[in-house]
Design a protein around this ligand. Structure first.
Ligand SMILES: *[C@@H]1O[C@H](CO)[C@@H](O)[C@H](O)[C@H]1NC(C)=O
Length: 251
């Protein structure tokens, strides 16, 4: 009896130990870490490339949803600059391929200033969802509601993460107050079904939009970038607000 009790007690102890260890705030399992030394920026490229792929199915513990496809409930783009004045709402958006086909190429960091700049390349960002649009594109009136497919190919993305330090129970954390994104795609394919509620007009307009994709996307891209910046900031902060600064970036 006493022997059994001792075994049980030591098992309980082990269990408590495991629970304590599991609750220590640290990055998700398998995330490589980097020391803040001369090699830091290079180290971060490989570490974050591994981390992003690990996060692809999401992470319950950190409240991170599946990232592929990434679901976006609603995204509103106001493009107010002539020659385009346009309001575009995308709903129930699914963003495909963005994580699998992304590679970070370079980091430039200044952690003393809580600044992280990163260049990445994404082969394919396929956004599928419902759209509502009205306004003008290249002086032409455009209206419609229906299914949309906006696909960006070979996109260079610059990420600018601007953090601010704060303390929780005497421990330093960093949260991102801004996450700025800029997109530079090699090609954008646009498909808005049912423009003008008219098949022929819709086909003509879609052809026109794709022939002029560069001008059209130039007007839309600030809006897309703003929306993605907010999404990326939210996702990043799920990690930053749980894990102390010195556990993410080793001193
Ligand atoms: C979206 O458009 C791209 C580029 O034209 C195409 O390759 C892809 O198959 C389309 N996706 C859907 C679901 O139609």
């Amino acid at each position: 009896m006493s022997k059994l009790w001792a075994t049980f007690a030591s098992l309980l102890q082990l269990q408590l130990l495991i629970v304590t260890v599991a609750q220590a705030p640290d990055l998700p399992e398998g995330f490589p870490k980097c020391k803040r030394d001369a090699n830091f920026d290079k180290c971060l490229v490989d570490a974050v490339n591994v981390a992003i792929q690990l996060l692809k199915p999401g992470n319950k513990e950190f409240g991170i949803p599946p990232l592929e496809p990434l679901s976006v409930k609603k995204l509103v783009i106001d493009a107010g600059n002539a020659p385009i004045t346009l309001r575009q709402t995308l709903k129930n958006l699914k963003v495909h391929d963005m994580i699998s086909t992304s590679k970070i190429q370079r980091y430039r960091t200044d952690l003393n200033k809580h600044l992280i700049i990163c260049d990445s390349k994404t082969d394919r960002i396929e956004m599928i969802g419902d759209y509502e649009m009205s306004g003008r594109i290249l002086l032409l009136p455009i209206t419609g509601t229906g299914k949309a497919n906006i696909t960006l190919v070979n996109t260079k993305i610059e990420h600018r993460l601007i953090g601010e330090p704060y303390e929780k129970d005497g421990v330093k954390f960093m949260r991102l107050k801004e996450y700025r994104v800029s997109f530079d795609p090699k090609r954008v394919y646009l498909k808005f079904e049912n423009l003008f509620n008219d098949k022929t007009l819709s086909e003509g307009m879609n052809r026109f939009l794709n022939e002029n994709w560069e001008v059209v996307f130039n007007e839309l891209k600030v809006g897309y970038a703003k929306s993605f910046g907010i999404i990326f900031r939210g996702l990043s902060n799920k990690l930053f607000e749980k894990v102390p600064f010195d556990s993410i970036f080793l001193s």
